[in-house]
Design a binder for this molecule. Structure first.
Ligand SMILES: NC(=O)c1ccc[n+]([C@@H]2O[C@H](COP(=O)([O-])OP(=O)(O)OC[C@H]3O[C@@H](n4cnc5c(N)ncnc54)[C@H](O)[C@@H]3O)[C@@H](O)[C@H]2O)c1
Length: 336
């Protein structure tokens, strides 16, 4: 298939593109290489994808541009003739969305609307949307199931992800596009975004800096290893292959929440270094916990996460060390 992946230069997108190429698909990547984090890292991700593509003799096209630009997207659709769209491009992150809510709305809502419109006018019938566990807000019931009410987001980021799901449903209803909205639960692994806890903490522990611990360390996250997320996305893509239009929402998580305190201990162990901790009050917009109920995604998609947090952290640390060595002992990512 010809597949358009937005945000393909990012953390999740780059792993996904490599997997899709391995499965024999032709890929068009749309990304604007913004500076939410160092764009050099995104260029490096693209080199990795290009390496996979050349070793397999795959078809890969990079279209550098912004999903807020509809005419750019229309030309991308004309050239790439995609049969499916996997829409990952977004402004990610809860805390920065409080600083720049308008930007988050423009990219995450406006950009998603453009992608749906471009898909409609190009006759694309299969669409996957990267949503987030943050839509559950501080839902007191755990684990979080797709049927739970998600009408009380507690950050602009969460609100735009919920809004994106609603736009997807409208385009499914009006134009018969099959859509799977995938609620990712904190994804980690090699090339993880540098603003996310595991990567950020590993850099801080390695350089002897104090970790900011928001709250008393008892907040918890359902961490999901990148290979498991990619497996879930590929299964969701298969799910959209039926000739009749479908719409559904699926959790893609690890289903084994870990407290912040435990996460830091595991990183100390894997890195072989002690962590210094500094406590701060919980931050606005941060949820207490996330925990995915996987009953539905397992029953309908056959999604089964296979990587334990211990194994995933070990793999992350191996990548972290190798990247540092390659760069002469410097951090693989941003300065802290
Ligand atoms: N990583 C996680 O834990 C997590 C959890 C839940 C949901 N998600 C969602 O998954 C998706 C991918 O996340 P990620 O962690 O790989 O993030 P990422 O920031 O590494 O990747 C997103 C990519 O989108 C691109 N992008 C952003 N705005 C764009 C624009 N206007 N036009 C074109 N490209 C643009 C960025 O340059 C980046 O390469 C996002 O939609 C994110 O909200 C991620």
């Amino acid at each position: 298939m010809n597949i358009l992946v937005t945000g393909g230069a990012g953390f999740i997108g780059s792993h996904l593109c490599q997997r899709l190429l391995t499965l024999g698909h032709a890929i068009t990547i749309v990304d604007n290489f913004n500076d939410f984090y160092d764009p050099t890292l995104k260029r490096r991700n693209i080199s990795e994808i290009q390496g996979t593509s050349s070793s397999l003799g795959g078809k890969l096209l990079l279209q550098e541009g912004d999903i807020r630009d509809l005419s750019f997207l229309e030309s991308v659709f004309r050239e790439g003739e995609p049969e499916a769209v996997i829409h990952l491009a977004a402004m990610a992150g809860v805390r920065p969305s409080i600083e720049r809510p308008a930007l988050y709305a423009e990219v995450n809502l406006g950009g998603t609307l453009n992608l749906l419109e471009a898909s409609r006018s190009a006759g694309v019938r299969r669409f996957l949307f990267a949503s987030s566990s943050s839509v559950y807000g501080n839902n007191p019931k755990v684990p979080f199931a797709e049927s739970d009410p998600v009408d009380t987001p507690i950050s602009p980021y969460a609100a735009t992800k919920k809004g994106g799901e609603l736009l997807c449903h409208s385009w499914h209803h009006l134009y018969g596009i099959s859509v799977a909205c995938l609620r990712f639960f904190t994804v980690y692994g090699p090339r993880q975004r540098p603003d996310l806890a595991i990567n950020k903490f590993a850099r801080m522990i390695s350089s002897g800096k104090s970790l900011p611990i928001y709250g008393d360390g008892s907040s918890s996250r359902d961490y999901t290893y990148i290979d498991d997320i990619v497996q879930g996305v590929v299964k969701a893509l298969e799910w959209t292959s039926d000739p009749y239009p479908k719409f559904d929402i699926f959790n893609l998580g690890g289903s084994h929440p870990v407290t912040l305190q435990r996460l830091v201990e595991m990183l100390e162990q894997a890195l072989g270094l002690p962590a210094r901790r500094e406590e701060f009050p919980m931050q606005a917009g941060d949820v207490e916990r996330t925990y995915a109920d996987l009953t539905k995604s397992s029953a309908i998609l056959g999604y089964e996460p296979a990587t334990s947090i211990e194994e995933g952290i070990a793999r992350f640390v191996t990548w972290f060390r190798e990247s540092r060595e390659k760069r002469g002992g410097t951090t693989p990512c941003l300065p802290i």
